[in-house]
Design a protein around this ligand. Structure first.
Ligand code: GDP
Ligand code: MG
Length: 162
């Protein structure tokens, strides 16, 4: 049980992270999840989905003026995507360190993209770039009922067992 208010508050930080179709197809799910788990972050929700093109366009709406937008949305909707919510202190900013730069050529070895990807259009993983984006993307990809519950208070377990 967490008693410390600071730890509790920090644990509430959540972000959306997805393994794109290339990462799923290449069999990198376990490798990528294990990096976040080993770091100490908590997996709150997970599901495999094939997003429609319309959904992909919503997800990447910030990039709609970019020349690669259409190809990017076609790609995201081309196969299963592993959508996840991860929780933990600093998970949004630190997630970027674990993942690496957008262009795998500029990602350091030791990062997910640095170790496992080669080109920007097939960089295997998506992360939310800030608290607002994280909130929006979590609610775009997940229903509130899919986000799990906090553990029952200890007192409730005691009542159950009397
Ligand atoms: P991210 O937050 O590191 O994923 O990068 P962005 O939010 O800037 O871009 C979203 C995704 O668009 C990236 O992960 C890439 O897959 C793709 N992308 C970004 N820049 C380029 C580019 O210059 N060319 C192509 N083909 N794809 C790009
Ligand atoms: Mg981004």
């Amino acid at each position: 049980m967490l008693q410390d208010k600071e730890v509790n508050a920090a644990e509430l930080e959540r972000t959306f992270i997805a393994i794109k179709p290339d990462g799923v197809q290449r069999g990198l799910i376990a490798e990528i999840i294990s990096r976040f788990e080993r770091k100490g972050y908590k997996l709150v929700a997970i599901k495999l989905v094939v997003p429609s093109k319309d959904f992909a366009q919503k997800h990447y709406h910030d990039l709609k003026e970019r020349p690669f937008f259409n190809g990017l949305c076609n790609f995201l909707s081309s196969g299963p995507v592993l959508a996840m919510v991860w929780e933990g202190e600093g998970v949004i900013k630190y997630g970027r360190k674990l993942i690496g730069a957008t262009d795998p050529q500029k990602s350091e070895p030791g990062t997910i993209r640095g170790d496992l990807a080669v080109v920007v259009g097939r960089n295997i993983i998506h992360w939310s770039d800030g608290p607002e984006t994280a909130k929006d993307e979590i609610s775009l990809w997940f229903e509130p009922s899919e986000l799990g519950r906090d553990p029952l208070p200890y007192e409730l377990f005691e009542v159950t067992h009397t």
